[in-house]
Ligand binder design. Structure first.
Ligand code: FES
Ligand code: FE
Length: 373
């Protein structure tokens, strides 16, 4: 079947190789992940000077560290001498500096070269020239967003615009005060699927009635297959019998004080390209960061954020967390099932999008424009 044979109401998807071909993934790494703003680290995970995390962004390992002046900085994780990887741990704490294990070049928390062992006959190393390679970092919503581009795209025109488009204005997000929330729970998922499978799945709710029994109990509108993205400006409403966004519809925890009446008892889902999902409910925020590692492997870190007082009180968050944890497990299992078939000749020309999935077509256009232009 060719594109022109398809009924008007169906759109072709990307073909299977977009999910399996290492060359496609390499283009995405270069043109998307190493260019766009990438949500790397939760700022509060690096509370003190010397705290650091390393993250994989495209083909690069990046160190995000808190300097002595309290600011976060981001650097390529490559020693400027002979190129040894400076930090091999995922996270840690150094006292005052990063020291390379090979010849002991030492870099300050601001990336400056502060010591290079000076052997007899060796010329002085220009310390300003050989600091770590710094990349752009911007903090927003309590997270450090990193761009490896020489000239990053406008943060307002990309990241913030995605949020504003979904919510009908950024002021709608301010109400949740995300940067002041505390981490109630984090779960990391190692998903054997291409990152685009995960985005496409998040963008539609055609599957909700089939695989999300708990979610559709809380959000009955989702059983009709409307994607959360269709609820721009007004969100999806909780069912009448539902008290809170919990696995059994029981009451949640203290409502976020800024949440307005029009946002109460509603759920909003936002996709921030290329690798973040934000879910807003009256008493918490769920933020997913994706770390695409291979054509068929993506790490997803999911944070459940609540008022600091709620987290400090030790109140039981199990039912609150369990709802979206189940949604995640159900979604990622479906993504992994699709990934298994992406190399099949049956999917060589892709599949189709039914009308309620049509906005996924716009995402495909975006990926194509970014990687094939
Ligand atoms: Fe790092 Fe030589 S490679 S000090
Ligand atoms: Fe889902």
């Amino acid at each position: 079947m060719t594109t022109t044979d398809l009924p008007q109401s169906l759109l072709p998807t990307l073909s299977g190789r977009y999910y399996t071909d290492p060359a496609v993934f390499a283009r995405e790494q270069e043109k998307i992940f190493e260019t766009d703003w990438f949500c790397a680290v939760r700022s509060a995970d690096l509370p003190a000077a010397g705290a650091f995390e390393t993250v994989q962004i495209g083909r690069e390992s990046v160190i995000v560290a808190r300097a002595r002046d309290g600011k976060l900085g981001a650097f390529l994780n490559v020693c400027r001498h002979r190129g040894a990887r400076l930090c091999t741990e995922d996270r840690g704490q150094v006292k005052r500096a990063f020291q390379c294990m090979y010849h002991a070049w030492t870099y300050g928390l601001d990336g400056k070269l502060i010591a290079a062992p000076n052997l007899t006959g060796m010329p002085d190393v220009d310390r300003t020239e050989y600091g770590l390679t710094r990349v752009h970092l911007r903090e927003w919503l309590g997270y450090a967003w990193v761009s490896l581009a020489g000239e990053p795209p406008s943060f307002e025109g990309t990241v913030m615009a995605d949020v504003a488009d979904r919510l009908g204005g950024l002021q709608e997000l301010d109400a949740y005060g995300i940067e002041d929330l505390a981490l109630g729970k984090r779960i990391e998922y190692d998903v054997k699927a291409n990152w685009k499978q995960i985005i496409e799945n998040f963008m539609e709710c055609y599957h909700c009635a089939t695989i999300h029994p708990e979610l559709t109990e809380v959000l009955p509108e989702f059983a009709d297959g409307y994607a959360a993205q269709y609820f721009v400006g007004h969100g999806a409403e909780f069912g009448e019998e539902v008290a809170g966004f919990t696995v059994d519809g029981s009451e949640g925890v203290e409502r976020l004080p800024g949440v307005g009446e029009h946002q109460d008892r509603r759920y909003y889902a936002i996709t921030v390209r290329p690798q973040v999902f934000v879910n807003l409910v009256p008493d918490h925020v769920i933020l997913h960061r994706m770390f695409p590692l291979a054509p068929d492997r993506t790490i997803v870190r999911c944070d459940w954020l609540y008022l600091p007082g709620v987290v400090e009180s030790g109140v039981d968050l199990t039912r609150s967390v369990e709802l979206f944890h189940r949604v995640n497990q159900q979604d990622f299992e479906a993504c992994e099932r699709c990934q298994l078939a992406m190399g099949s000749r049956s999917y060589a020309r892709g599949g189709v999008l039914v009308p309620s999935e049509h906005h996924i077509g716009a995402f495909h256009d975006w990926v194509r424009a970014r990687t094939e232009g």
